[in-house]
Design a protein around this ligand. Structure first.
Ligand SMILES: [Zn+2]
Length: 117
């Protein structure tokens, strides 16, 4: 079992209180009548399925019953942050792409230090 932080309750609660509801930040076309069938089909049915950082909509079903967003790594299943509806994530695929380069350079420095020692 693990715990998920609800940004509305302000505390970590058991995972069983929550349900995932799919991809977050999907904007409904402003004028559905003027929208092409392809664009409307994309809106209704097609979702991203990235390997890595993904922003998801979750609901605190057995708690406050509010929807909120989760940034999750689909490779490790790690939940990196939760944030309220209408807010933007602080962690994105672009921001994470910069980190491994920093981490590997740190590892290289550590390895060099290990060789010297
Ligand atoms: Zn809650």
């Amino acid at each position: 079992m693990f715990y998920i932080h609800c940004p509305y309750c302000g505390e970590h609660r058991e995972e069983e209180e929550f349900h995932p509801k799919g991809q977050a930040h999907i904007a409904r076309p402003a004028d559905p009548e003027a929208c092409s069938d392809e664009a409307w089909g994309d809106y209704l049915f097609f979702r991203d399925n990235p390997r890595g950082i993904h922003h998801e909509l979750w609901v605190h079903a057995v708690g406050c019953r509010k929807f909120f967003n989760v940034t999750r790594n689909t490779v490790t299943y790690e939940i990196l942050e939760t944030y309220k509806m209408g807010e933007q994530p602080t962690i994105t695929a672009a921001s994470q792409a910069r980190q491994p380069a920093d981490a590997s350079s740190t590892a290289e420095v550590a390895n060099q230090a290990g060789v010297r020692a």
